[in-house]
Design a protein around this ligand. Sequence first.
Ligand SMILES: Nc1nc2c(ncn2[C@@H]2O[C@H](COP(=O)(O)OP(=O)(O)O)[C@@H](O)[C@H]2O)c(=O)[nH]1
Ligand SMILES: [Mg+2]
Length: 250
Amino acid sequence: MKSVRKKELRTIRVQKNALGTNEEIALKNKTIFGKAFVVNLLSSPGSGKTSLLEAVIPVLKDAGLKMAVIEGDVDTDLDKKRIDALGVPAYQIVTNGTCHLDARMVNNSLGRLDIKNADVIFIENVGNLVCPTSFNLGEDIKAVVLSVTEGDDKPLKYPAAFYKSRVLIINKTDLLPFLKADLERIIKNALSVNKDLKIFETSCYGIPKDSPAGSACDKGMLGFAGFIKESVRSKTARLQGAFLNKGLGI
Ligand SMILES: Nc1nc2c(ncn2[C@@H]2O[C@H](COP(=O)(O)OP(=O)(O)O)[C@@H](O)[C@H]2O)c(=O)[nH]1
Ligand SMILES: [Mg+2]
């Protein structure tokens, strides 16, 4: 009995050390990211993270923002190839089965990705709503994508993904007429876990013809793009303020 308890304690200590090291590297990443606003995208596999990037990147490009993308997957570089097609620098981390990205993996990728001029860096995490929530990558925010096909109980079943995120993107809203999904309940459940979530309802399909620059964006997607633009602006202002205060010795 005693030895089981000892083993448990040792396991907890090792986990604590691993997460402590992760925090230290995440802090280094934050410094390397510099002025770029960094979004860590979480979701189940297939809810539409890469589709969202394909829709939103052209809009942000049109607005003059420079971007870079870090892709995380257990195996292939298929998502990186989709981002390459948008003409944005991208790097694929293949985790070889690990169910999440950690700060060290991201740190290793930073020497191989051109982020010098980036205003925004998107990190697409490995698809699942559990493991990625435990690892800070040095990002500014986590954004969780939930598609309407996944069920309105998911914010309650996987609360960490929702309470650690600043943004919730409810995707595949074009499918609502064909499902029993209850959009209001998804929102209610998500807000019961995190009342401060900023929520965007999006569809990567069925795009209105009047969307800007022929982009594949609906209103929710444009709302998300607007949120990113505003976040870049306020991060720049915050950093400039801190720089001036330092210069003035405040
Ligand atoms: N109907 C519908 N399908 C979508 C939407 N967004 C993505 N998909 C489809 O969902 C599948 C998974 O999308 P993907 O972006 O690869 O998801 P990821 O695994 O989260 O990166 C693909 O077949 C997409 O075409 C959407 O808004 N509506
Ligand atoms: Mg993907």
